[in-house]
Design a protein around this ligand. Sequence first.
Ligand SMILES: [Zn+2]
Ligand SMILES: [Zn+2]
Length: 498
Amino acid sequence: MRCKTCDYTLWNLRSRQCPECGSAFKPSEFAFVTNSVRFCCPHCGQDYYGTGQDGHLEPRSFDCVRCGAHIDMDEMVLLPTEGVEERRTVPDEMPWFSRHTGFFSRWWKTALRGAAQPARIIDLIPPESPAATATWFMVVTQAAIAILSVLTIVAFFVVMGVFAGMGGGGPGVGPALMGGALGLLIGVIGSVIGAIVLTWLWIAVSHGLLLVTGGTTHGIGRTAHAILYTCGPMLVSAVPCVGMYFGWMIGGVWWCVAATIMVVRGQSVGPVRATLCVIGPPAAVTALAIAAYIVLIFGAVSTARTAAIAAGGVTPATEVRTIASAISAFGAAQGRPPAHALELVAESHLSAAMLVSGMTATTTSAIAFETTDLQTFSLMPQAQARAVAARAAQSLPEGVVAHRIGDFVFTHHGFDPTDPNNAALWVVIHSPDPASNTVLTPNAVGLANGSALWVPPRQIGTLLQQQNVLRASLGLPPLPDPRTVRADSPAVQSAPEG
Ligand SMILES: [Zn+2]
Ligand SMILES: [Zn+2]
């Protein structure tokens, strides 16, 4: 029992005035732990113990059993019970409900103890205490987090403003600060509303889960106490710089654990069920957010790629058209069709990069031949490149029908592509390299006349059959399925049947 004005101890006093500051006091104005205080008769010293509410005497007025005088609790001399430390006489209370301490102290102690002693604090909150009181605690906490978080940024701009003022930009600083303050206010209010809405959503989902998994002792208000009064750890996220990255994680995990402990005690729920129902929802949301973030990143990459293709007008059809044109140009310049596709590159009719489709996962460095790869080949001096291309041509078997390089299968062997009679024959097929791709669907074919034919999904078989009928009519062997033509296994004319 200490003076409410000056904190001086008021034990063992007959006077009803603080000896230090003179303030009047009455024992009935104080709350004590039951049985922790001895009330002594002011006439004979007989002691009585406070067993009533707030540790008061019950009844508070009676005739003394020793001297018979009629005495009232407020006249008596108080002492801590024998063997009880003075500080143990003060009853513990939920700091948020305290009527004797200032607002800041109530808030700070609640934030601290809600996080550090959740089991003790939930015991001090009556189950019927309004959820609005708990919500108000979180409003204050979230406002503090929001204000502290932006304070660093504001301080930065104030410093910048001061420097700008020194540099002669003085008149503009005042309005800028006013605008900043208004923005700050709107930001704080917005973050508080957002946090309260999300937290109540969490309370509703968690309480719903508790109900369907076996019920609770009290209503949703009790679950609200548990989740709202434990939000103190989120203050860690307001720590400048560090808080923005790790504070959410540390504070969030701590908050979840403290809230779970409160639910276990407050709702008489087993720890496993409480953990699932309280930590489950935010954990699921966090996992979904991470997944969405990953999808967003990969989606953006793939969209960018599609957009680039669309913007550049590059499609499998344009790719095979470019290659078919290069084959025609090669024929016109050399008087013969290319023996191997690498000759198109060696003779500068085609860039090496064109042998890799923009629609596939293939890369120029993944296309290997001899002891080199397409990437290296594309950078060779022309004489060296011609030699490599010539050796590649020689390595093709007798009677070759189709050979692959990168994402393209070349089918111009055995006929003159410049002959108008052969205009509808396929010279190249867009067919993703099996060495680098899992989706191998051919997308387009290039014709001898330099035009392109788009291959609709699942139509390659039909188109191939038609092409082979045409080839047969011109005395040419049939083409194989382009997916079976690999860089190391060119297709050859099969031995005539019969
Ligand atoms: Zn005093
Ligand atoms: Zn007495």
